[in-house]
Design a protein around this ligand. Structure first.
Ligand code: SAM
Length: 270
């Protein structure tokens, strides 16, 4: 275990740099904050590369458990000052624990092979929306999230934070729109459905066929789904808008669609 008080320490600088996508891609690492989330990640089989915790908290039973698990995974354990933790977290009041993990991306073949439910997001821009959607997909028993085109990073600090650790229990797939469209025939061949959501749809979401294997496809926050993605959907559905608002928030719309799926797939689940 190393003790670090210096704000200019190179490991501290490289962990802080993981707030930027460029450095995450270069290193293949991302940050997760908080004792519960880091412990859950380890319990799910993720191996931390670094574990930084507030120096002096080693005797806390939970921190002790984390240190033991991190050491068993050959992670570098760093006992750091409050200021160092604040520097890594870019927060005045950081969590007591921050860990780095290796990004794990999955291929579209995992989607093709699946019998479950996935959410596909067309150019999602807001990391808070993405994290909230990951949390909802996990809650609904989904397999993962497909990021189509130029999306915000699924492993950004903000997305991981908003997912409340759900990102560790899901598969994340990144794919261009062209590659997604080119792969769809294999999905349709397996009788996979692609439910597109659109304000222009005429079918009420409660009338749709929600049978899995299923991809629920959601549009960009500003522009909605592209024409090509809309045309590729096997069903196009809409949630009624009864007031003055012209659309629902993306993450809210995704949650409603996912739980309509749950209502059909698990009618007996309380
Ligand atoms: N101006 C955009 C449009 O015309 O599509 C609004 C996009 S909306 C904020 C983001 C996404 O949430 C939509 O592309 C759609 O996937 C989903 N969404 C929001 N409200 C919806 C509704 N009432 N019915 C179906 N999907 C909806």
């Amino acid at each position: 275990m190393r003790h670090i008080n210096s704000l200019t320490n190179t490991t501290v600088k490289s962990l802080r740099a993981l707030h930027e996508r460029k450095y995450r891609r270069q290193s293949g690492l991302f940050l997760a904050e908080g004792m519960r989330i880091v412990m859950e990640a380890i319990d799910l089989g993720w191996s931390p590369q670094h574990l930084a915790f507030l120096d002096g908290r080693q005797d806390d039973p939970l921190v002790g458990r984390l240190i033991k698990a991190a050491a068993a995974a050959d992670a570098e354990c760093l006992a750091v000052s409050h200021d160092v933790l604040a520097k890594i977290s870019r927060k005045d009041n950081p969590q007591a624990v921050v860990a780095s993990f290796a990004e794990t991306w999955h291929g579209f073949d995992q989607v093709i092979a699946s019998n479950g439910v996935w959410v596909a997001l067309d150019r999602v821009r807001d990391p808070g929306n993405l994290g909230t959607i990951m949390r909802s997909v996990d809650a609904a028993g989904g397999d993962g999230v497909i990021l189509i085109g130029d999306c915000t990073d699924g492993f950004s600090v903000e997305a991981v934070r908003a997912s409340m650790g759900a990102c560790f229990n899901l598969k994340l797939v990144e794919i261009s729109e062209d590659a997604f469209l080119a792969a769809l025939p294999s999905w349709y061949c397996r009788h996979g459905q692609l439910i597109g959501t659109s304000l222009a749809a005429s079918v009420d979401y409660r009338q749709a066929d929600w049978a899995a294997p299923l991809i629920i496809m959601m549009g960009n926050e500003q522009a909605g789904l592209t024409d090509a993605l809309t045309a590729a959907a096997t069903q196009l559905i809409k949630m009624p808008m009864l007031g003055r608002s012209d659309s629902l928030n993306l993450a809210v719309a995704t949650g409603i669609a996912l739980y309509e799926y749950v209502r059909h797939a698990h009618p007996d689940k309380p």
